[in-house]
Ligand binder design. Sequence first.
Ligand code: ZN
Ligand code: ZN
Length: 148
Amino acid sequence: MVAQTGSCLCGAVRYRLAEPPKGLGACHCGMCRKFSGGIELGIEVPAGGVVFETDETLRTYTSSDWAERGFCATCGSSLYWRLTAPGPMHGLYAVAAGTLDSLDGLELTQEVYIDHKPAGYALTGDHTRLTEADIMAMVAAAQEGETP
Ligand SMILES: [Zn+2]
Ligand SMILES: [Zn+2]
């Protein structure tokens, strides 16, 4: 059984996912590295797919023109990245996987911004690896209403 609940380190922010997560994605971009303090492992969740049960200490930081990041003001846990730009993917979350109550049963399915990964470490396994150019092409296609 894959966990559908999670929290920040202090427990002041607790959430429940509408659907069980399907896999883990890693992002190697410089912003996610700063936000997470390491390799950002995320779970893709559609808009409305996260219900916050307690969120008094949840704060958001507008990290770019198209996304914001949620964190706990008390303990500092990184909680999510969320797409704020208009379009069909508006509101999409990448929930910080480490905040799930358990990661049992979840496997790494893709790495993004692989061309930004520092040379000193690597994630093993046979999964999708996308460069920044790959991502930008997918975003452009989505904004034109096409399915990438
Ligand atoms: Zn907290
Ligand atoms: Zn990133």
